[in-house]
Write a protein that binds this ligand. Sequence first.
Ligand code: CP3
Length: 349
Amino acid sequence: MISSRERFLAACRREPVDRPPVWLMRQAGRYLPEYQDVRRTRGFWDVVRAPSLAAEVTLQPLRRFQMDAAIIFSDILIVLDAMGVEVTYRPGGPLITPLVREELDLTRLREVNPARDFAYLARAIEQVTHELHPEKAVLGFAGAPFTLAAYLVEGGAGKNVSQLKALAYNKPELYATLASRIAEVVAGLLALQIDAGVDAVQIFDTWAGHLSPEDYETLALPYVRTIVSRLASRGTPLILYLRNAAGHLEAAARSGVDVISLDHSISLAEAVRRVGDKVALQGNLDPAELAGPPERIARRVGEMIAATQGTGHIVNLGQGLTPDTPIEGVAAFVEAVRRWSPAMARAAS
Ligand code: CP3
């Protein structure tokens, strides 16, 4: 029997597997009562920064569901925190102060030493891998430079990233300096996670879907490439997530990552046609589907896997699941993937 970890790594390399691996973005979090129990007495940052709490919350979904991978509990905004910026989580979304708008603002950003500043994360990863290896895959992650720059310039999740675009158009050198600095911190953070034992890492470029294809090539892609080149010698699979990715698929596939994680605005069949010979694919069920009947979830899972024939495919959602997601929907999703077999696919076609 192939382990979940071997299955996950084989899928990243587009090698044949008994069935595709499955996990869910935001699988640890507020839809789980046991997560809410932890959060009742502690703030979000307290959980992130305490290795044993972060490890506990990482493991919570795997005690309920048999997904193939755990993603370490943290946040993309830890990079801004390490750079000396204040990050506050409020119900309306994160709030970041002070903002970067001028050259002078860059001088206020702190130099990051990953081993020192992200030591809490390395400890959490060691605890999780100690518990789950060699059976399950453990994933690390970070935000992409464009997406992190968006938070730093907009002060939060800007709806259309217009402030960041204005900065990039008016002060291209300032944007390039800022994005390069973030890229080096992200590369250091991901290298630290790999050294601590994760099996693959995911880079979240959540806001890159707001860019035109031309701007994607200059404002987002080069900085993902920097990270890829810094990590290449380690040979760890890299996953790149984009939201509203359809327009950037070929460009993203040229970034050098192993897997592209798709949102649900594009069909897997189309993505396979366009880039399936270059990268593996992850995704891409609309998380709202998890509120539907289990038979419908199973059918949709079957359709997704039919599109990739189960090879070079990590089954996941098109974006992170939301706090109102029913636990039964998550269970139906994971079980539908686990029950899939090549024979089922042949019978359906
Ligand atoms: O996937 C997982 O289970 C691992 C943990 C994880 C979190 N954030 C925990 C979290 C991951 C992978 C992230 C990534 C992240 N964080 C992204 C990229 C993915 C995406 O959703 O597009 C972004 C843009 C962020 C920034 C962020 N952090 C926002 C916008 C918010 C507030 C919105 C929200 O969902 O509440 C957070 C806070 C956050 N990060 C929470 C969790 C579980 C909620 C905090 C809480 O109240 O407990």
